[in-house]
Design a protein. Structure first.
Length: 409
């Protein structure tokens, strides 16, 4: 523990906390809080006297990056408002006794909440097999499209192998939002105010998307444990209307056989997200290799998600790799070998995708009438947030197609 409290209050609290058996490593003035070294792992709690020069965005970001909990102290209303702005708990008074502060810091964290509020948002995970079928690109476009009409939308990068949302959108990832949310969830301190504080708002043509960036180094994957990820998604349901989550490809559980049963799992974030989802968007690359990989992985996906609906998006459709009637060939292959009856097609649109990557924006912003943006807009209107009339049209078209095209033996 470290104290950043001015004058006699700091010395008094250090003495009283030591009597209570709490180890105090450093005591500095509030304005000198930036002198503390938080990266050594020796400080887990920072008792901070709230003030404009002490409680700053840089200090909060540093604490988030190194897993340090902030315990605010203040006596005035401006200090309480400043603490609330950063999503901190109600501050204790500067004259708080050491045993009261020790009790508040050592109290057990609330259990990870798994219950979903009655008026809850929906979680949509975007998954695809190995080979870069376009998961991250479509996750960004889905979030941008869902934000239209005033919907509150969050975009989460839960890829523990190759996170890319921050890079694609030109966002800073020094303090990964999703990892910080996972740490707060484990302590029981994750709420709407905290989620707003650690997320990055992305202004799109249709609205605002709050982005929880992924881990900035793949080696940090142990921070994304299954219980933490499930707790973050549960809390996010009461924060926004839609949560779009980009996950990694791997669904393997072999590590449970060869490693310690209580150890971390590299694919825990993906598996937990898929189990917590209301809808899984499965992305298939429209080429022979991509279709073959999707067919092999689809059965494992279905075994993982159970009865959760799965909507298939066939991405980068073009005739160059499949020949005549590329759409029909993919449809017949997925129907025969994967049992997929409903699928949506996204055409290859390299010009629009390249322009969006160059601008670090969604395609819906840089080229709203592009084929890619139009295909995603149609998918959202029919499969993700459909109106009753659109659902009925979809069912009618499906019945007509089945009547016209006989099933192969």
């Amino acid at each position: 523990m470290a104290l950043a409290v001015d004058g006699p209050h700091g010395d008094r609290l250090a003495t009283e906390l030591s009597i209570e058996g709490v180890r105090v490593g450093a005591v500095v003035r509030a304005a000198e809080v930036s002198r503390l070294r938080l990266d050594g792992g020796e400080i887990d709690v920072l008792v901070l006297q709230v003030g404009a020069s002490s409680l700053t965005a840089e200090v909060v970001a540093a604490c988030d990056a190194h897993g340090v909990r902030i315990a605010p102290l203040c006596d005035d209303e401006p200090g309480r408002r400043l603490a609330a702005r950063f999503g901190l708990t109600v501050p204790l008074r500067l004259a708080v006794e050491g045993w009261v502060l020790a009790d508040s810091l050592t109290a057990p964290a609330a259990p990870l909440a798994r219950a979903v509020p009655a008026a809850s948002g929906r979680v949509v995970s975007v998954w695809g097999p190995h080979g870069a079928p376009g998961r991250s690109t479509l996750a960004i476009e889905l979030a941008a499209e869902l934000s239209r009409g005033g919907r509150a939308v969050a975009l989460v990068d839960a890829d523990s192998h190759a996170p890319s949302i921050a890079l694609s959108l030109g966002l800073a990832d020094e303090g990964p939002g999703f990892a910080a949310a996972c740490r707060q969830a484990e302590r029981g301190g994750l709420d709407e105010a905290e989620l707003r504080r650690i997320s990055v708002p992305l202004r799109t043509a249709g609205g605002t998307v709050d982005v929880l960036t992924g881990i900035n180094r793949p080696g940090r994957w142990p921070e994304l444990s299954e219980a933490r990820v499930a707790a973050v998604l549960s809390a996010s349901r009461s924060w926004v209307d839609w949560v779009v989550v980009d996950v990694a490809a791997s669904l393997e559980r072999d590590e449970e056989v060869v490693s310690d049963l209580d150890g971390p799992r590299r694919n825990a974030a993906t598996l937990a997200t898929l189990r917590e989802s209301d809808l899984v968007v499965a992305v298939c690359a429209a080429d022979p290799v991509g279709v073959a990989r999707f067919v092999r992985a689809h059965a494992e996906l279905r075994a993982t998600v159970g009865s959760t609906p799965v909507a298939v998006m066939v991405n980068r459709l073009r005739a160059g790799t499949l020949g005549i009637d590329a759409r029909g060939q993919v449809r017949r292959t997925l129907e025969r070998f994967a049992g997929v009856e409903d699928m949506w097609f996204v055409p290859l649109d390299p010009r629009s995708a390249d322009a969006a990557m160059l601008a670090a924006r969604p395609v819906a912003d840089t080229a709203p009438r592009a084929p890619l943006a139009a295909a995603v807009r149609r998918f959202v209107g029919e499969a993700v947030a459909p109106a009753p009339a659109a659902q009925e049209r979809r069912r009618t078209a499906r019945r007509t197609l089945r009547a016209r095209v006989p099933r192969s033996a």
